[in-house]
Design a protein around this ligand. Structure first.
Ligand code: SF4
Length: 482
């Protein structure tokens, strides 16, 4: 079991001796906070090669102890989560596919999203599409609607594509890691989770929680984002996974990271594997070492700063008798391109801005877009009823900080809505007009929902002060586009 050794002990020992000297020298001269900061810097600067830091695998004795302790603890302490519930047929081993489907959906939802948020989404999803066969019949539109608010919409698209691929293939749910990896959107982690939990394949999983637990158990101070280090975490996890209960063991390791060995306040006193934890042992012998020093914090890549102007275009019902049955007004929605950020999702018309510009310039950009894309031109086919600057907000994506300026543009079409709709060349961009009720019930991304909520609040404020606030009423009577 222990034939694979990554020991670079002389270097490691030298490093530890050096850091201990540094710590001893510092002791008494600095406050605890100073020490903590300095220690983190030292670890970050000195450890560059994970080969130097991860000295070996677990011993056989450690492996046995960790397996037993974690499985016992998991039996007693696991949280009740909907994707862990088994139907009668599943617990008899009769419906592994159904379990695999549930694990797959939950694991994809849980990526980048908190458990409490996922529970409601998961329950709604399983009610609508209880099996992979149901999901394979869904449209991308339906799936996006169901996913609205969870973010990272590519995940939803991959779930749908994966379901179609598996069902169309006719060979049943893939039940080993190598086959699962061929399904769109399933990577090493998800494949390991499905194979071990649903099909009992003795394979490991490594996610953020597992990395934190392993980094502390082995006091690993190599950069946890480094690909070599990640490979070694996989090796450690593979060594630990219990061959008889791989699914429960993997879940126990993740559960420990999520509930006990947390990033900032680990509960070491109640940890079932504290006896095997090197970081804890080091911290007991050297007060300048904290278990939270592991894994080391890696600087995040800087976010891109983007700016956009979103325009909620509300088109009032027609003024001729032929449209008497139309709803009072409709809102213009545009579908984003099929690739890239928020691919294929609906949003209010918006334009990206190269830099901060004033309101006049923003409106000019918006007007050009509306004229070019929808032939909305106040000189020809519409009149502006009102145009209001509603406000702004910042929406954070993982790698983008998007500042959004929001305005409400209320239009009346000169020839009526139907006439305008008929004349539209649909072109390559998909768009639609929906009434207020449809818009309220649509699955919108959280950013678009925020725009809509801002506009709704703005209108309510206007109505309580006897219509739209006059100080914000615009003098503009034209959609300007030079
Ligand atoms: S003893 Fe503390 S640091 Fe070590 S694994 Fe347990 S909770 Fe984490």
């Amino acid at each position: 079991m222990n034939s694979l050794v990554w020991s670079h002990k002389p270097l490691l020992v030298q490093f530890r001796q050096w850091t201990n000297q540094q710590r001893r020298g510092r002791r008494g001269r600095r406050t605890r906070n100073d020490n903590h900061q300095k220690r983190k810097t030292t670890l970050t600067l000195l450890i560059t090669d994970p080969e130097e830091d991860i000295e070996d695998l677990f011993s056989e004795k450690e492996v046995k102890q960790i397996r037993v302790s974690l499985l016992e603890w998991y039996d007693e302490n696991q949280r009740e989560l909907p994707w862990r519930q088994r139907s009668g047929s599943e617990s008899d081993g009769g419906d592994e596919e159904k379990r695999a489907y549930g694990v797959w959906v939950s694991e994809i939802m849980l990526q980048q999203t908190r458990v409490q948020t996922v529970i409601e989404y998961y329950n709604r999803w399983m009610k609508k599409w209880p099996t992979i066969h149901h999901l394979s019949q869904a449209s991308l539109e339906e799936v996006n609607e169901m996913w609205a608010g969870l973010g990272y919409y590519r995940r939803a698209r991959f779930l749908l594509e994966g379901a179609k691929m598996i069902v169309d293939g006719g060979g049943g749910f893939p039940n080993i890691v190598s086959a699962l990896l061929k399904v769109p959107g399933i990577g090493n982690y998800t494949a390991g989770a499905i194979a071990s939990i649903a099909f009992n394949e003795a394979v490991p999983v490594v996610d953020g929680n597992v990395i934190r637990v392993l980094a502390r158990l082995k006091a690993i101070s190599a950069n946890p984002k480094d690909s070599l280090t990640i490979k070694k975490f996989w090796k450690l996890a593979a060594q630990l996974v219990d061959p008889c209960q791989p699914g429960d063991f993997n879940q126990s390791l993740m559960e420990l990271g999520a509930t006990v060995c947390t990033p900032l306040n680990p509960s070491c006193a109640s940890c079932p594997v504290s006896g095997q934890c090197r970081a804890l042992s080091m911290s007991k012998h050297d007060s300048s070492v904290l278990v939270t020093d592991y894994p080391i914090k890696v600087e995040k890549t800087k976010q891109r700063h983007d700016i956009s102007a979103a325009c909620v275009v509300e088109i009032l019902g027609g003024q001729d008798g032929s449209e008497i049955n139309l709803p009072d007004s409709r809102f213009l929605l545009v579908k984003r391109p099929d690739e890239g950020l928020l691919a294929g999702l609906w949003e209010f018309p918006s334009v990206m801005l190269d830099e901060e510009v004033d309101l006049t310039r923003r409106r000019k950009e918006v007007d050009c877009f509306l004229k070019k894309s929808f032939s909305l031109d106040s000189k020809k086919n519409c009149s502006i009823v009102s145009r209001e600057d509603v406000g702004e907000f910042v929406h954070i994506f993982s790698h983008i900080r998007l500042k959004v300026y929001v305005e409400l543009l209320v239009l009346r079409l000169k020839g009526g809505m139907n006439d305008w709709l008929e004349k539209q060349n649909k072109g390559t961009m998909a768009w639609k007009c929906v009434d207020n009720e449809a818009l309220s019930n649509m699955g919108l991304t959280s950013g678009v929902r925020k725009v809509y909520t801002m506009v709704e609040k703005f209108k309510q404020k206007g109505s309580t002060t006897n219509s739209i606030p006059s100080r914000k009423r615009t003098s503009s009577k034209k959609l300007r586009c030079s």
